[in-house]
Design a protein around this ligand. Structure first.
Ligand code: MD6
Ligand code: FE
Length: 223
């Protein structure tokens, strides 16, 4: 049988669609590859405005360690830590002002990603902004400062790549290693909501848009 050129073209066109864009990493957790890329034109100016009002800063853990990651927040509630503990506050302790409101484009991106992962009507009231320079890392932890664990978490990666550790329900459980690239979004919730996770030290490098850093947004419903 000879293949006519039309059939050949159809095969060629279909090939990129074969790439899985949604990777399941747990029963109710997935990576949406490149999901944030079409939003970048609106996301980056909004990020700049938030950081002008609430600058990134290194915070201290209750145990007295200075985190290698620099943090800021936007939304009604911002996550903070100091010697007295981890918590959500309405005001930025550094400026004394309310955290900047969550830009519409942040909210819409988080909601769209959650929907794509099977969580409808996600309405985040908090977006934590993490900045990693090469060498910065996030130790294994659970996200459990929220009033309810009914809502998922949506985590956006921008800039330098990271190796994300996705563990189990006990700190010592074996972790999977999930590479996260510029534009990828991790969504998890439901039965996976309290799984341990962390980020290995960021490797040296230069990202074409963001330079020598990785920026992560973590959206949550805290109240
Ligand atoms: C990060 N992320 O990716 C750190 N937590 O830089 C987190 O700690 C995190 O990505 C809960 C859910 C998703 C996350
Ligand atoms: Fe976390």
């Amino acid at each position: 049988m000879t293949m006519n050129p039309m059939t050949f073209d159809l095969f060629a066109d279909a090939e990129p669609e074969q790439q899985p864009r949604r990777e399941q990493i747990g029963e109710q957790s997935c990576v949406l590859r490149g999901f944030a890329l079409p939003w970048l034109d609106r996301l980056l100016p909004a990020l700049e405005a938030v950081l002008a009002a609430a600058p990134l800063r290194q915070m201290v853990t209750p145990g007295g360690f200075t985190m290698s990651v620099a943090l800021s927040s936007c939304g009604t509630w911002g996550w903070t830590t100091d010697r007295s503990g981890y918590r959500y506050t309405r005001d930025d302790p550094q400026t004394g002002l309310p955290w900047p409101s969550m830009p519409e484009v942040f909210f819409q991106l988080a909601q769209a990603a959650a929907r794509d992962a099977g969580f409808t009507d996600f309405e985040p009231d908090s977006c934590l902004i993490n900045r990693y320079v090469p060498g910065a890392k996030m130790s294994l932890h659970q996200d459990k400062d929220e009033k309810s664990y009914a809502e998922p978490i949506v985590s956006v990666s921008l800039g330098l790549p990271a190796m994300f550790l996705f563990g189990g329900f006990a700190r010592g459980d074996k972790s999977q290693r999930v590479p996260l690239l510029h534009g990828d979004i991790v969504v998890w919730g439901g039965v996976d909501r309290l799984r341990y996770h962390g980020v290995l030290p960021i490797k040296d490098g230069q990202h074409s848009i963001l330079g020598e850093q990785r920026i992560n947004f973590t959206f949550r419903r805290s109240h």
